[in-house]
Write a protein that binds this ligand. Structure first.
Ligand code: NAD
Ligand code: UFG
Length: 336
């Protein structure tokens, strides 16, 4: 099976490309390299022995993107391409709507023209808004997200629902990722954020190698067991495997399907700091700061549906993820 992977040189995309190649899929990547580097292709080749076909194309550039569909033939698409920084989306909402919605509508028009019937979409737990209760189930209400980035995910989910309702032959999987962390166990690929990391794990790994002084914990008075925020952290390799399982599901013609991809387990910030110290032997100094605006107290998934329907379950725990993220950071102190 030949698969188009948009955003395939990014953090989750590159890990998924590896799993696809290991499972004998042929992969074509389209990425504009706005948040990743071409060197990722060398590393995928080192790990798998296969260099995926690559087009440096912006999915918002309809003509260039159409050129890829004219040259290549696909049976399915995994759509990772998108801008993803929550804070930046508040400052640059128009750019976020234009990029995330524009790339997706171009993709869907091209899939229609070229008869491609299956799409896996990178959605997010952010579509659940401020949860009324945890764990979150797939049929919990999709609420207004708390920022423009999240809104693009809500809107794209809606677009895919409408597209599937109109075309009974179209298959779309909305994968709601919880908090992806970790790295490829080789240390060759991992999360490579620009500037000061916003997310917890890359911040911790930069403290661990001495690039940042200490971790700032955003609040310790939440209604959680130790007062710090609770999230469902999933190893990126598990997440990648979830995409392979989803492609297998889509060939059974299910129409629109929705899955939470998480571990089902909530971990607090302090628990994560302790797990990191235990997994790596490196001490992480921290201070307690005011809560970060827009943060929710606790957010974790029920993942029974993915287990039942995809035969997929997360295998790694936070200790594995801490070890792998640290290994990647040590080997790539200045990124890829
Ligand atoms: P990433 O930034 O590492 O990867 C996204 C890739 O898309 C990058 O390589 C970027 O260059 C590319 N891209 C962006 N706009 C493009 C465009 N118009 N045309 C072509 N390429 C474009 O991000 P990631 O963490 O790998 O996330 C992948 C997807 O998963 C995103 O859609 C993101 O919103 C979603 N997601 C991520 C998380 C997370 O915490 N990492 C959580 C939930 C959902
Ligand atoms: N945190 C800190 N200090 C930091 C960074 C994070 O204490 O320097 C805390 C946060 O307050 C939160 C937890 O660590 O309690 C996790 O924060 P992240 O920023 O790593 O992740 P979020 O859950 O806030 O955000 C993630 C994705 C978003 C997505 C959101 C909702 O990064 O893309 O989940 O699904 F929108």
């Amino acid at each position: 099976m030949r698969v188009l992977v948009t955003g395939g040189t990014g953090f989750i995309g590159s890990e998924t490309v590896i799993k696809l190649i290991e499972n004998k899929y042929e992969v074509v990547i389209v990425d504009n390299l706005s948040n990743s580097k071409e060197a990722v292709l060398d590393r995928i080749e080192t790990i798998t022995g296969v260099r995926p076909t690559f087009y440096k194309v912006d999915c918002c550039d309809y003509e260039a993107f159409r050129g890829v569909f004219e040259k290549e033939k696909f049976e399915a698409v995994i759509h990772f391409a998108g801008l993803k920084a929550v804070g930046e989306s508040v400052v640059k909402p128009i750019e976020y709507y234009a990029n995330n919605l524009g790339s997706t509508s171009n993709l869907l028009l091209l899939m229609k023209e070229f008869g491609v019937k299956s799409i896996v979409f990178s959605s997010s737990a952010t579509v659940y808004g401020i949860p009324k209760r945890v764990p979150l189930f797939e049929d919990d209400p999709v609420l207004s997200a708390t920022n423009p980035y999240g809104e693009t995910k809500v809107m794209i989910e809606r677009i895919l629902e409408d597209a599937c309702a109109a075309d009974k032959n179209l298959n779309a999987a909305l994968l709601r990722y919880f908090n992806p962390i970790g790295a490829h166990p080789s240390g060759l690929l991992g999360e490579d954020p620009n500037g000061i990391p916003n997310n917890l794990m890359p911040y911790i790994t930069q403290v661990a190698i001495g690039k940042r002084d200490h971790l700032r914990i955003w609040g310790n008075t939440y209604p959680t067991p130790d007062g710090t925020g609770v999230r469902d952290y999933i190893h990126v390799v598990d997440l990648a495997e979830g995409h392979v399982a989803t492609l297998k599901k889509l060939v059974t013609n299910p129409g629109l399907v929705v899955y939470n991809l998480g571990t089902g387990k909530g971990t607090s910030v302090l628990e994560m700091v302790n797990a990191f110290e235990k997994a790596t032997g490196v001490k992480i100094p921290y201070t307690i700061e005011e809560p970060r605006p827009g943060d929710v107290a606790a957010n974790y998934a029920n993942c029974d549906k993915a287990a039942k329907e995809l035969g997929w379950k997360a295998k790694y725990d936070i200790f594995d993820a801490c070890r792998d993220a640290y290994n990647f950071q040590q080997k790539n102190p200045n990124g890829i």
